[in-house]
Design a binder for this molecule. Structure first.
Ligand code: FE2
Ligand code: FE2
Length: 140
C-alpha cells in the first residue's frame, strides 16, 4: 500500500515538469524562426494551453490532498536548433506519459478514481503532443 505523501510528491514532480514545459514552450516559440519555425510555434501555442490546464488541475489536487503545490519549474535545456528543440520536447512528452501513467496507478491504489481517470487523460494528452512533434520531426 502506498502512502498519500508518496502520491503528493509524485504529483508535485509532475507539476514542476508542467511549469518547466510551459516556460520551455514559451521560450522556444519566441526563438523559433523560418517557415518551419512558424509551424512549430503554432503547435507550441496550442500545447501551452493544454499544459496550463494540467498545471491548474495538479495545483488544485495537491492542495486538496493537503500538500503544498510547487511553483518552481523543473530546469530545462535550451538547444538553439529547431530540430534539437523538437527532439527534446518529444523526449520530455514521452517522459510525462510515463509519469502520469505511473501516478494514475498510485491514485487507483489509493481508491481515488477521479484522479486516476484524470491522470490517464493527461497521459493521453501528452501522447497526442508527442505525436504532433513526431510528425514535424519526420519532415526535418
Ligand atoms: Fe502537460
Ligand atoms: Fe504535453
Amino acid at each position: 500500500m502506498i502512502a498519500k505523501e508518496e502520491l503528493i510528491n509524485g504529483l508535485n514532480e509532475d507539476l514542476a515538469a508542467e511549469w518547466g514545459t510551459i516556460m520551455r514552450y514559451t521560450y522556444q516559440a519566441g526563438k523559433a524562426v523560418g517557415l518551419r519555425g512558424a509551424e512549430f510555434r503554432e503547435i507550441l501555442e496550442k500545447e501551452i494551453a493544454d499544459e496550463i490546464g494540467h498545471a491548474k488541475y495538479l495545483t488544485d489536487v495537491i492542495a486538496d490532498l493537503g500538500g503544498e503545490p510547487t511553483t518552481a519549474p523543473r530546469d530545462f535545456e535550451k538547444p538553439s536548433e529547431l530540430k534539437q528543440m523538437i527532439e527534446l520536447d518529444l523526449k520530455m512528452e514521452q517522459e510525462d506519459v510515463k509519469n502520469y501513467t505511473a501516478h494514475a496507478k498510485m491514485a487507483e491504489q489509493l481508491g481515488n478514481t477521479e484522479l486516476k481517470v484524470k491522470l490517464e487523460e493527461m497521459a493521453a494528452d501528452e501522447s497526442a503532443h508527442a505525436r504532433d512533434l513526431r510528425r514535424i520531426l519526420k519532415g526535418l
